[in-house]
Unconditional design. Structure first.
Length: 428
């Protein structure tokens, strides 16, 4: 048993929970071993990291993929070990070597200090906010934020006496005027996952850091591959792992990755809230991330092909894709991002409900459903005008959000083309 405990300790040594509740229920900290990626000497390029990150075959009998540990109870060999609290794996909720493997991999890909996993992307948003905010604090929240994140602010944070103020996503350095003495954090989502405003993260980071304010970012759209949050001044980066990191539309998960300075509070909040992810799901994501680069490249190419084709269609008033020069924030996207994912929106020319239904209901390849980031193409109507409070969404036409999947792009175009023909027929 001792041997197996030692093995577990070794495989899990990379990212153990570092806090514990003392006898009098105060949080105490213990030193933790350096994450494995910080011990790595070789500076690897991104595509190599995608293959190696979070893996330690040497500690796992040579097995290539990290194994799935199912655990609640973890045994201690002696009372000495119980009291010392230095054992890296302590309890299922606080993570097993499976958990640590994915946490290490995500931290390394995002370029942050360490990561924790949560049972959904929304739980990553709520856990990060709850970990850092307290009653009386002021939070600046982008008006373009993912709607359930806004719902959490309005229904939960406000109820706990946290002042949430929405701001124009295009505010840039102008956010300085909104900073108050009690401002604790600025939350960004770039680009917004429905309306695709690209935020000037470096300009916002400069203001945040001069004012001692924490900068959080939902980095789901670009994934860790196409936007490096920590190189642009972000302190806390959130991924809906559900999307591209999983990549197969069958897992819910989130991650929070932070700088070293923001780590302790994040970890304490995550531990206190008990928002842990499940081992089989983690295993599926560990599989999914190994193909992230090749998948994303294809999502990007197909997304661009669809976007260009749609831009030439008379039924489309506007294509809202940050990688198109016609996008108002294209210059910021080009400066800060190294690629585009497969998610973008279009605004249709005004049409009847009947015509819209004829377009959408008859599509063969584009499924109608929420979420995105899987291998299949999706389309969904969106209604940003109903959600905004700091800015106004005035577009007259229906917004449709598309996710370009891994199908043949010409087949996807044919599917949309037939949809537009149905739209015309229904318009009469
Ligand atoms: C989907 C999504 C989330 C939430 O992720 P879930 O896993 O669905 O809870 C958060 N932020 C963005 C930008 C998303 O697209």
């Amino acid at each position: 048993m001792l041997d197996s405990l030692r093995l577990t300790a070794r495989t899990g040594s990379a990212n153990p929970y570092a806090f514990y509740l003392d006898g009098d229920f105060t949080l105490k900290w213990r030193p933790v071993p350096e994450p494995r990626h910080e011990q790595n000497r070789m500076k690897k390029k991104q595509d190599t990291l995608i293959v190696t990150a979070g893996r330690d075959p040497e500690a796992n009998f040579g097995i290539v993929n990290p194994p799935v540990y199912h655990a609640s109870t973890v045994l201690y060999p002696t009372i000495e070990a119980v009291k010392a609290r230095t054992q890296p794996v302590t309890y299922g909720r606080r993570g097993t070597p499976t958990t640590f493997a994915l946490q290490d991999a995500i931290a390394e890909l995002e370029g942050g200090y360490r990561s924790v996993l949560t049972p959904s992307g929304l739980a990553a948003v709520t856990t990060a906010l709850l970990a850092h905010l307290k009653t009386g604090d002021h939070l600046l929240m982008t008006d373009s934020v993912y709607e359930p994140s806004r719902h959490f602010c309005d229904k939960v944070l406000m109820r706990y006496g946290i002042a949430v103020e929405y701001y124009d996503p295009r505010i840039g350095a102008g956010i300085e005027k909104l900073i108050r003495p009690e401002t604790k954090a600025i939350f960004t989502e770039s680009p917004g996952s429905v309306t695709f405003e690209v935020q000037d993260i470096p300009a916002i980071a400069d203001v945040a850091h001069l004012s001692g304010v924490l900068l959080m970012m939902d980095n789901t759209w670009a994934s860790p591959l196409y936007f490096k949050p920590f190189e642009h001044g972000v302190d806390v980066s959130i991924q809906a792992v559900t999307k591209y990191l999983c990549g197969h539309s069958d897992v819910m998960m989130g991650s929070i990755t932070t700088t070293e300075a923001a780590w302790k509070e994040t970890l304490a909040g995550h531990g206190a809230l008990g928002t842990c992810a499940a081992p089989d799901d983690i295993y599926l994501v560990l599989r999914g991330i190994r193909t992230l680069s090749v998948r994303l490249e294809r999502h990007m190419q197909t997304g661009l092909k669809l976007a260009h084709w749609l831009a030439g269609r008379p039924e489309v008033a506007r294509v809202i894709h940050p990688a198109l020069p016609s996008h108002p924030d294209h210059a910021i996207w080009k400066r800060d991002f190294t690629g585009a994912s497969g998610l973008f929106s279009i605004e249709l020319q005004p049409c009847s409900d009947k015509a819209l239904a004829a377009l959408l209901d008859g599509l063969e390849l584009f499924g109608m459903g929420y979420s995105w980031g899987g291998f299949e193409s999706l389309i969904i109507p969106q209604y940003p005008a109903k959600i905004r409070t700091a800015t106004r969404w005035t577009a007259a036409g229906q917004i449709l959000r598309l996710h370009a999947g891994l199908e043949d792009p010409d087949d996807l175009i044919a599917d949309l083309k037939a949809g537009f023909e149905r739209l015309h027929a229904a318009n009469g």
